[in-house]
Design a protein around this ligand. Structure first.
Ligand code: NAD
Length: 550
C-alpha cells in the first residue's frame, strides 16, 4: 500500500513511521490484520482498543491534570500523536476543551511557548526568507490546503508582542475550524510570520524560538507581506487566508490592501463584527424592533469597534438607509473622549466615524447627550461601565442593550451581575468572556457570550466549499443572521442572545451552508451552482473516525 493517501496526499507509510504520522496513526486501535499488513506487529501492545475506549482513556487522563496548562500540554501531545483521537475527544467534549485549546489557556501557552515547545507544527516564515518565501511554502508536505491561519505575533490576544511564540494562536484556531465545523485537519496550515519582535524579554530569553531582531516595519514589512500573499495563493491556489492577531496599525491596513484581491479575512475585525451583529439581531427579536431603530455608542474605537460599526452600517444600508444616515446611528468614544470632527488627534481608522457634535470627555455625559439604545464595550478597560453609566442607560431605555465585550473577564466593561442589578433585570446583556447565570428577583438570567468561534469555523467552511474570489461583507451578515436564527424563544426569555455552545457543530454546518449559498448566489464563486449545498457540505465534513487501511 505504498500509494498516497487520498485525503492527506501523503504516501502511506508502514511500521514505526506510520505510528509517527499523527494524521494516520490509530495507536492501539490498529486491528490485527492491519498490524500484520502494515508491519506493526510487536510495535504495539497486543490488546486492541476501539476509538471510544481510547477516548475514555485520554479523557480520564486529561481530567486528572491539575492545571489548565498541563491539560493544554497533554492535548498538544495527543494532537501530535493521533489527530483522530484528539478530535474525537475535543468534539465530544467541546464545552470542556474549547477554553483549553483556545482562549483563555492558549494565551498562557503562547507566553510559555518557547519553554514548552516539543514538536514543530505549521510553518515558520522568517525575515530571512524574504525573496524565497515560495520555497518555504513548498516545503509543506500537502498541496491541498483549504485554510491558512497566519499571524505575525505582534498582538497576541491582549498579551501584546509575543513574536514567534504566537504560533499557538494559528494552531488553536485551526483546531477549532476542524472541531467546530469539520474542515479536515490535513487541509489546514498554521503559519507564523517571524519578522522579529520588539519584546525585550523574549529577545533576552535563551529559550525564545524566534529571530533575535527587532521587528521589520514600513515598506519592507509591506513587501514581505505582499510576497507572502502572492506565494501562498500560488502554492495553494484556492486557499482561504485568515489573518489573526496582527497589531492595530497593520490589521485594518492589510485587510484593506488584500480583501478585494484575495480570499482573505481578519477574524479580530470581521469575525468579531459578525458575532456581535448576531447578538444584536437576537436583541432585536427580544425588543421586537429593527436595527434601524437603534443608536449605538461604542466605548473603545479600535479594530473591534470599527469592524462592528462597519458591518452595522452595511446592514442599515441593506435596509435602505443612505450611507450618511447609517453613519448617524454610530458614535465612538475612545481613550480621549467622543470621536468628533473637531478633534485633530484621530487615526485614519477613526476618521470615517467622527461626528459633527459637541465633544464629551465623560462617557456617562456622552450617553446623556447622545441617548444611545446600545452601548458596546470594546476598550479593554475592566469595570468602565460603572453604576452611573448603566443607570443612565436604564433611565433612557426600557431595555438597554449593554455589551461588555472586552476579554479576559477582568477586562470586561461590567459583569453580568452588575448589568442586571443596576437595570433592575432589564439589561439585554452579552459579554466577550463567559459569565455564570445570575439569579435576579427569582428569575434566572443567562448572559450570552459573543464567542468568535460561533462564526469563523462555519464561515470558513462555507468559503472553502464555495470558493469565492473574495469575502464580501454579505457573507458575514448571512453568518450572523444564521447564528441568531438558532436562538430559541426559550433562550431569549432567559436573556440568552446566543445558542448553547454544545450545538456548535450543527450551527457551523448551517452557517457554512448559508455562506456557500450566498457566495454562489452573488456570482462571486468559482463553483458551479450546487443542487443541495447542505448535503454536499455535510458529506464533506470531517468526522473523527478511523478508516480501515486494508
Ligand atoms: P484595540 O486596542 O484596537 O482598541 C481598544 C480601543 O479602546 C482603542 O480605541 C482605545 O482608544 C480604546 N480605549 C482604551 N482605553 C480607553 C478608555 N479609558 N476609555 C475609552 N476608550 C479607551 O483593541 P480591539 O482589537 O479593538 O479589542 C478591544 C477589546 O475587545 C479587547 O479587550 C478584546 O478582548 C475585545 N474583543 C472581544 C471579542 C469578542 O468578544 N468576540 C472579539 C474581539 C475583541
Amino acid at each position: 500500500m505504498n500509494r498516497p493517501d487520498p485525503i492527506t496526499g501523503i504516501t502511506f507509510p508502514k511500521g514505526k513511521s506510520l505510528l509517527h504520522n499523527p494524521l494516520l496513526n490509530k495507536g492501539t486501535a490498529f486491528t490485527q490484520s492491519e498490524r500484520e499488513y502494515l508491519q506493526l506487529e510487536g510495535l504495539l501492545p497486543p490488546y486492541i482498543l476501539t476509538l471510544e475506549e481510547q477516548k475514555m482513556k485520554v479523557l480520564s487522563a486529561v481530567r486528572l491534570k491539575e492545571t489548565d496548562m498541563e491539560k493544554y500540554m497533554y492535548l498538544t501531545a495527543l494532537q501530535d500523536r493521533n489527530e483522530i483521537l484528539f478530535y474525537k475527544l475535543i468534539m465530544d467534549e467541546i464545552e470542556e476543551f474549547m477554553p483549553i485549546i483556545y482562549t483563555p489557556t492558549v494565551g498562557r501557552a503562547c507566553q510559555e511557548f518557547g519553554h514548552i515547545f516539543r514538536r514543530p507544527r505549521g510553518l515558520y516564515i522568517s525575515a530571512k526568507d524574504q525573496g524565497s518565501i515560495i520555497k518555504i511554502l513548498c516545503n509543506w508536505p500537502q498541496r491541498d490546503v483549504d485554510v491558512i491561519v497566519v499571524t505575525d505575533g505582534e498582538r497576541i490576544l491582549g498579551l501584546g508582542d509575543l513574536g514567534a511564540d504566537g504560533m499557538g494562536i494559528p494552531i488553536g484556531k485551526l483546531s477549532l475550524y476542524t472541531a467546530c465545523a469539520g474542515i479536515h485537519p490535513g487541509k489546514t496550515l498554521p503559519i507564523t510570520i517571524d519578522i522579529g519582535t520588539n519584546n525585550e524579554e523574549l529577545l533576552a530569553d535563551p529559550l525564545y524560538i524566534g529571530l533575535r531582531q527587532k521587528r521589520m516595519n514600513g515598506p519592507d514589512y509591506d513587501s514581505f507581506m505582499d510576497e507572502f500573499m502572492d506565494a501562498a495563493t500560488h502554492v495553494f491556489p484556492d486557499v482561504l487566508i485568515q489573518f489573526e492577531d496582527f497589531a492595530n496599525h497593520n490589521a485594518q491596513r492589510l485587510l484593506d490592501r488584500y480583501r478585494h484581491h484575495y480570499c482573505t479575512f481578519n477574524d479580530d475585525i470581521q469575525g468579531t463584527a459578525s458575532v456581535v451583529l448576531a447578538g444584536l439581531f437576537s436583541a432585536m427579536r427580544l425588543l421586537n424592533q429593527n436595527l434601524s431603530d437603534q443608536r449605538f455608542l461604542f466605548f473603545g474605537a479600535g479594530s473591534a469597534a470599527t469592524g462592528i460599526a462597519d458591518l452595522i452600517i452595511q446592514v442599515l444600508k441593506n435596509l435602505g438607509m443612505s450611507d450618511e444616515d447609517a453613519r448617524r446611528r454610530i458614535y465612538l468614544f475612545d481613550s480621549k473622549g467622543l470621536v468628533v470632527t473637531n478633534r485633530n488627534d484621530l487615526s485614519d481608522i477613526k476618521k470615517p466615524f467622527a461626528r459633527e457634535c459637541d465633544y464629551e470627555s465623560d462617557f456617562a455625559s456622552a450617553i446623556k447627550t447622545i441617548k444611545p439604545t446600545a452601548i458596546i464595550g470594546v476598550s479593554g478597560i475592566g469595570g468602565a461601565f460603572d453604576q452611573r453609566v448603566i443607570q443612565t442607560m436604564a433611565e433612557l431605555n426600557d431595555r438597554p442593550i449593554i455589551f461588555a465585550l472586552s476579554n479576559p473577564t477582568s477586562k470586561s466593561e461590567c459583569t453580568a451581575q452588575k448589568a442586571y442589578e443596576w437595570t433592575n433585570g432589564k439589561a439585554i446583556f452579552a459579554s466577550g468572556s463567559p459569565f455564570v447565570p445570575v439569579n435576579f428577583n427569582g428569575k434566572q438570567l443567562i448572559p450570552g457570550q459573543g464567542n468568535n468561534a460561533y462564526i469563523f469555523p462555519g464561515l470558513g467552511f462555507g468559503v472553502v466549499m464555495s470558493k469565492p474570489y473574495r469575502i464580501q461583507d454579505e457573507l458575514f451578515v448571512i453568518a450572523a443572521e444564521t447564528l441568531s436564527s438558532r436562538v430559541t424563544d426559550s433562550n431569549l426569555n432567559k436573556g440568552l442572545l446566543y445558542p448553547p455552545l454544545n450545538q456548535i457543530r450543527d450551527i457551523s454546518i448551517q452557517i457554512a451552508t448559508k455562506v456557500a449559498e450566498k457566495a454562489i448566489e452573488m456570482g462571486d464563486s468559482k463553483m458551479e451552482p450546487l443542487c443541495d449545498v447542505e448535503s454536499t457540505i455535510r458529506s464533506q465534513a470531517f468526522i473523527p473516525e478511523y478508516r480501515s487501511y486494508i
